[in-house]
Ligand binder design. Structure first.
Ligand code: PMP
Length: 356
């Protein structure tokens, strides 16, 4: 007799888009210190596998509502990853053509994923870095009358996190302690949107913001210049390439600026990419929770805080995406394809089907 039963969701969904959000908060049982309650919010449960599904849906539906996006109009955005995949999913479901501009340096699997989801991917020279793909998208939008999603500038980004991510956290911790909420930033949509709501509803919760140790833009205190459309006009001097994909672009985005100006964080903790990779692997191998480098990095910060956190403290750590997106990146660099000595010994321990 089986002991586990499931009941179904009690509804049938009209569209894949209705499955965005309402991601589970899951307890860490084996790798967190015993004196704490550590939970993770697993954004990989979104239909296209990341937190950016929320933003994609939020941006497209807000633009539909106020007429900035009209039926059949092409959507364009510069993105290397999860935003493009999320936008591709949303545009596929709603029937909008999508053009993504991307520097040629990003992994081939990302291009193929977006193309698989029906998008067109226009590559830009790697020497021109983020700025090249960005100006290309802007130019294409202006020249063709396409809708530029503008994830780094649009108020619809933080708004969708205030309306979904934040509400979910409030509901899931209703009547329960929530001492720390820990997140990194890419566009800053997560921290600005959730911060806005948590500060009001849970003023006792300490918000901890993190960024790559070798690209500590916020910690530097310097804010890059922006134009009238809030777009960056220079690369931030504190930026260095880092392995935490999806985090900290080479500028402080306008969307993040709200969290900085309104002090939506109580502590700013840097993290080394190598620590993020190590914790991502431990989450997978020892908890069965499969997240990317940014999730591992956020969790690394939680484990550092845990060392001095009081008995019984409760933490919630954002895990933005699935680790499956990183097969060709440093996350999997040390994961061998061939059998180890130990695996070969297991193979040799019984007579059949041994490898030569
Ligand atoms: N991690 C990953 C893997 C991401 O793709 C993103 C989004 N760029 C983030 C974290 C950060 O989210 P946000 O843009 O809301 O700050």
């Amino acid at each position: 007799m089986t002991t586990r039963r499931t009941e179904g969701r009690g509804r049938r969904y009209d569209s894949v888009l209705d499955t965005v959000g309402d991601t589970p908060v899951i307890r860490i049982n084996r790798i967190a210190p015993e004196h704490l309650d550590v939970y993770v919010k697993v954004e990989a449960f979104n239909p296209a596998g990341s937190v950016k599904d929320r933003l994609a849906l939020g941006i497209i539906e807000a633009a539909e509502r106020d007429g900035r996006l009209t039926p059949g109009q092409t959507v364009v955005e510069a993105t290397s990853g999860n935003t493009g995949i999320g936008l591709a999913m949303v545009c596929a479901a709603k029937g909008y053509p999508l053009v993504v501009t991307m520097a040629e340096s990003f992994s081939v699997e990302r291009r193929r994923l977006m193309r698989f989801l029906g998008a067109q991917v226009v590559l830009t020279p790697k020497e021109l870095k983020g700025f090249g793909m960005y100006t290309k998208a802007k130019e294409l939008a202006e020249q063709n009358g396409w809708f530029l999603a503008s994830q780094f500038e649009t108020p619809d980004n933080a708004a969708i996190h205030a309306a979904t991510t934040a509400r979910e956290i409030l509901a899931d911790f209703d009547g329960a302690r929530l001492d720390y909420w820990i997140t990194g930033y890419g566009t800053g949509g997560t921290v600005s949107g959730v911060g806005r709501v948590l500060r009001e509803a849970r003023p006792e919760t300490r918000i901890v913001l993190t960024e790559p140790a070798n690209a500590a833009l916020v910690a530097s205190g310097y804010v890059n210049t922006r134009n009238g459309a809030h777009q960056p006009t220079e690369s931030h001097p504190a930026f260095e390439p880092h392995p935490i994909q999806g985090w900290t672009p080479d500028f402080i985005p306008f969307v993040l600026q709200e969290a900085l100006d309104e002090q939506y964080y109580d502590a700013l903790v840097p993290v080394a990419g190598a620590d993020g990779i190590a914790w991502s692997r431990r989450l997978a191998a020892e908890e069965g929770i499969f997240t990317g480098i940014s999730g591992g990095s956020t969790f690394a910060v939680a484990m550092k805080l845990a060392e001095s956190a009081p008995e019984g403290a409760t933490m919630l750590v954002m895990l933005p995406d699935t680790g499956e997106r990183y097969l060709s990146t440093p996350l999997f660099e040390d994961i061998p394809a061939e059998m180890s000595d130990e695996e070969r010994a297991i193979s040799r321990s019984t007579p059949t089907a041994q490898m030569p």
